[in-house]
Design a protein around this ligand. Structure first.
Ligand SMILES: *[C@@H]1O[C@H](CO)[C@@H](O)[C@H](O)[C@H]1NC(C)=O
Length: 272
């Protein structure tokens, strides 16, 4: 009897498991909204393209050895204003006091700006956003260098420690509200700063589209998270498409209205 039952399970268990997996895979699929809303594109080739599908969510990387130092004061003074990522003024404040300058292999010429890292020290852990570039690794120390604000450093170790070994991993960024686009410059030289990106947090590609004249146009990274295009964007509602370091994409449809203005920030309804 029990032998028989066991035999029937050996037949059904793999089948059930594969059905379960198929179900999970389906529910984890998040279709980028470009599939439905890309009606005003007009581009013949792009119409035939399959809609982009983001599978699941960004998952944390494995833990890696590194080391941390700090800068600025206990009150968070010296916290990012500007810096190599370009998060100036209000944009810098949005990331709060728990930020880090990250070493060259993580900063990667600005592509690493906005990523989130969980750091573990002898006292505890902290999640920080990469908002600046740190000097290269300190000699004699393991792995990559994180130069933390004092409030961030105090969560993982004592102030007197100065320079400490840590382990770290890239984690998903938890953000409130949608992706933000700050437009500066002029009609011959449009600059867009992308902030408040969830998921992987780091933007590796940005494209813009208008509602009439301007077709999908890849923007170029100027530095940090500042992107530029010389295409005249004036008078059109603007749609931006962001790709993060994990190759997931999000499209912020008509995030800036036709009468958008320079030096203003437009927030999408969605995020990763
Ligand atoms: C940009 O486009 C707007 C709207 O079509 C136009 O009024 C303006 O003259 C253009 N500016 C430049 C610099 O081409």
């Amino acid at each position: 009897m029990s032998g028989r039952r066991r035999r029937s399970w050996t037949i059904w268990a793999p089948l059930l498991a594969s059905l379960l997996l198929a179900g999970l895979a389906l529910s984890a699929k998040v279709v980028d909204e470009e599939a439905e809303a890309d009606g005003d594109d007009g581009g013949g080739a792009s119409k035939k393209k399959k809609p982009h599908v983001n599978h699941g969510k960004f998952k944390a990387d494995p833990w890696t050895d590194g080391h941390a130092t700090f800068y600025g004061g206990r009150d968070g003074s010296g916290t990012t204003d500007g810096g190599a990522c370009g998060y100036k003024g209000e944009l810098g404040k949005d990331y709060g006091a728990l930020t880090a300058a990250v070493g060259p292999s993580l900063y990667t010429n600005g592509a690493g700006c906005g990523a989130c890292y969980e750091l573990k020290g002898s006292k505890g852990t902290v999640v920080v956003t990469a908002t600046n570039q740190a000097p290269p690794p300190v000699s004699g120390q393991k792995g990559e260098h994180f130069d933390l604000t004092m409030p961030a450093f105090l969560k993982i170790d004592e102030e007197k420690a100065g320079i400490v070994p840590i382990t770290y991993r890239k984690v998903a960024c938890a953000r409130q509200g949608g992706i933000r686009y700050t437009i500066t410059g002029n009609p011959n030289y449009n600059m867009v700063m992308v902030t408040n990106v969830g998921g992987a947090g780091d933007v590796v590609a940005l494209s813009v589209k208008g509602n009439k004249r301007v077709k999908w146009t890849p923007m170029k990274r100027s530095w940090g998270q500042l992107w530029i295009t010389e295409v005249n964007l004036t008078g059109e509602s603007l749609t931006f498409r962001v790709m993060t370091g994990d190759h997931r994409k999000a499209t912020s449809w008509h995030v800036a209205p036709r009468d958008w203005k320079y030096d203003k920030t437009y927030q999408a309804t969605k995020n990763f």
